[in-house]
Design a protein around this ligand. Sequence first.
Ligand code: BGC
Length: 798
Amino acid sequence: MQTKGHSRNFIYTDWILIETQFDPDQLHSKETVFTIGNGYLGTKGSFEEGYPHALPATFIHGVYDDVPVVYTELANCPDWLPLVVIVNGESPLETLRERFRLDQGKILRYDRQLDLRYGLLSRYLRWRSPSGKTIDINFERFASFADQHVLVQRCHLTPVDFDGVIEVQGSINGYPENQGFNHWEGLDQGKTDQGIWLQRRTRHSRIELGMGATMRISGTEASLQVSTAPGYPTLSMTYLAKSKQTVTVEKIVTVFTSRETETPVSAATEKLAHLPDYATLLKANEQAWDEVWQQSDILIEGDSTAAFAVRYNLFQLLIAGSRHDDKVSIPAKTLSGFGYRGHIFWDTEIFMLPFFLFTQSAIARNLLSYRWHTLPGARRKASHYGYKGAMFAWESADTGDEVTPRWALGNDFYGEDVRIWCRDREIHINADIPYAAWNYWQATGDDEWMQQRGAEIILDAAIFWGSRVEFNSERQQYEIRGVIGVDEYHEFVHNNAFTNRMAQWHLEKAIAVYDWLAQKFPERATELEEKLKLTPQERSHWQDIIAKILFLHEPLTELIEQFEGFFQLEDINLADYQGRDRSMQAILGIEKTNKYQVIKQPDILMLLYLMRESADFPYNEKALQTNWDYYAPRTDITYGSSLGPAVHAILASDLGKSSEAYEVFMQALMVDLEDNRGNTSDGIHGATAGGVWQAVIFGFGGIQLTENGPVANSHLPDGWTRLKFKLHWRGKWHDFDLRKGQVAQDITRQLEYLHLSLSPNPPNFPSEASEHQTSPPASPASPAPSSPSSPHSPIPNP
Ligand code: BGC
C-alpha cells in the first residue's frame, strides 16, 4: 500500500488511516478515532479481544435512558464486538490455554486501519503468546451501510510456527456500561439453529433491544457450540490448526430496537436467518458507500494531509447522520463517545447541517424534522419559563425537553458546584434552528416540508421571541436581557448582538414564511394560526420588534459591541499568556473571565459569518475587517471552544489572510486525528467536522450562493493545486473543479437531481435553474444602510 504521508499520530493513504503501533496511553482517544457506523449506530474502535480499562461502546440513535443529574443519555448498547481467540497446545486436553490479548505476550506486528471509503476497520497482528506460539491474526469489521441492522466481523487466523488447537469465541456482551452505569435489564436470551440472541430493555425509557449473532468458519471443520451464560451468550468453535494454514471465522450480528419494530428479537433472528455470506454483505456495503461518496466527497490535491483529513471528517459526519429516522439528530459528540451524553446542541444545525444540506439533503431534512418532533418539549420549556411559543432546549435529547445539567462538579473537593446557566440563558438556539430550516428551504425548494413542518418550527419559535423581548420605554427600543451569547465566557449579559440580530432575522423570516403560507397553503396557515394562537397583532408585534430591537453598532466604524458593557470590561493581551495549554477560563476561573474582554469562541464574527452568505446586515467588508481586527485577538481560539477555528478560517480566508486561515483550519481539521484538545476520548467533535466542510467550501472554495446557483471565488491555501467537490442546489448538482489561480466559478457539469420532488416554482427562486453558468461571481450585495449615529442604534429594517 502506497502511503501518502504522516502526521504526529498516524499515517495515511488517500482513503486509509493507518496506525502502526499500539500505545496503551492513547487507548481511549484511539477508540474514538477508529469509530465506525452507518447512520443508525456508531461503534467505537475498541478491540475485539478487549483490553484492560477499554471502554467499548455502541450507541444507537434515539436509545436514551434516564440518568441522575444529566436527566437522560444515550445508553451504551450491548457490545457486539467480543471475538476471542484462544490458542491451546497440540491436543484439546492440554491445559495451557492462552488467550490472545495485547497486554500479554509480544506484539510482533501491529497495524490498525480505517478505510474511509467503505467504513471498514481492520487490524493486522502478529502475536507471540507468553509460551512462544506465534500467530497472525487479521480482524475486520463494518456496520453495513446497505442494511443498517447488520454488523459484520471477520477474522483470519494463521499460526506461524505451531500446530495446535484454536478456539474462537464470539459473544454479545449484555452488560455495557455508561461510565459505571448499566442502563439495561435482562429480559431473555436464547439460541437458534446457528446462533444466539439477546433481549434487553432500558431500565426507564423501556426501549427494548434484540440482538442476534451467528458465526461461520471456513478453511477447516469445526462444530458450533453455544453457551448461554446469563447476559453473555457465546458461540464458540474449536479446530485443529496447522502451521501456515489460514482459517477464517465470520461473525454476523443483527440488531433492532422497539423504536423500529414491536418485536426486536424476532426481527433480529429473522434477518440473521436470511443473510448472505460475508463477501455479498461486503459488496452491498461498498455499493452503498460508493453512492454516498459520489455526492459527498471532496478531492484535494497538493496537500495530502488535508486531502485525507477532510475525508476523515466527512466520514465521521456520514456515519452519524440518520438516513431512515427523522426523530433523531446528531449529538455534539456524534455516536462516538460518552461526552455530552448524546445530547444535541446548535452544533447540528449551524455546523453540521450545511454539509448534509448540500450533499445529502434527505439527511438534512431528517435532522430538521427531529426539531419538529421535539416542538412539544420546546413548548413545555417556554411555558415553564413563563414565555409563549416554543423555546428550544439548549441541550436536547428524545423529547425536546431541556436536558442541560443544572450543575457541574467543581474541580476541587472543597470547591462549590458550578451552576450551568446555558439551559436558562443561551437562547440564541431559538433562532439558530429556524435559520437552518430557512436555509434548507432555500437550498432545496422543499415546499412540502416547509408547509408541513418548517413553518411550524419557524413560527412557534418566533412567538417565543415576541414574549421574551422587553420594551425599554426610555430607549424606545426592544431589548433581550440576561442571556449567554455564543461566547460562553460571559454569562449574564444584556443585548448580545448575536442573539438580538438573530432574533430579528428570525422574525423577518417568520413574517415571510407566514405570508407565503397564507398565500400558497391557506388551509395550513389557518390550521397553524389556530394551533399556535397566531394573530395579526402578533405579526405586527414582530414588525415592531424588527424595527426597534437594540443593536450595539457604531455605524461609522462598523464596530459592533458584543453585548452592553463589553467595551468597558478589562482588556487582556492574550499574547501575555503564550505557551499556555489551557483555556483562559481554566486559567482565570469563571468569575474573573467574566470581567475580561476575552471570548471563548467567535460571537460577533459568528454573526458576520451567518449573515455573510446573504450579505445581510451587519455583514459588509468593512464590518468584517473592523470586527476581525477587534475580536480575533481577543478570542481564545486554540483553547476555547472547538467550534471556533473553522469559523475563523473562513473569515480569515475572506480577508486574504491565507496563512492565518490555514493555521486555524488545521486546528479544526486535526482536532480528533491529533487529539489536539486532549478530549477526543469523549467522542468526535461533530461541529468541528461540519465546520471543516464549511471552511473548505465557503472559505477556500469561496462559494457564494447566487440566484443563478453557487459560484466559486476560491482562495486555495498554499500548496493546494486542486479542489473538487459537488453541491446540490435548487434541484441540480453543481460540480466544482477548482485549480490554483482560478477566480471565477468552474462548474464542469450539472446533473439533474432525481431524488427530490421540487415544486416547479419555489418562492423567490428563478423559474429555471441554469444548466451552465459562465458569469463571474456576483459581488456581495450592498448591505442594508446603517442607522443614524447613536452608538447603541437599533438594527435598520433590511
Ligand atoms: C461550546 C458550545 C457548543 C458545546 C457543544 C461548548 O463548549 O461553547 O458552543 O455548543 O460546547 O459542542
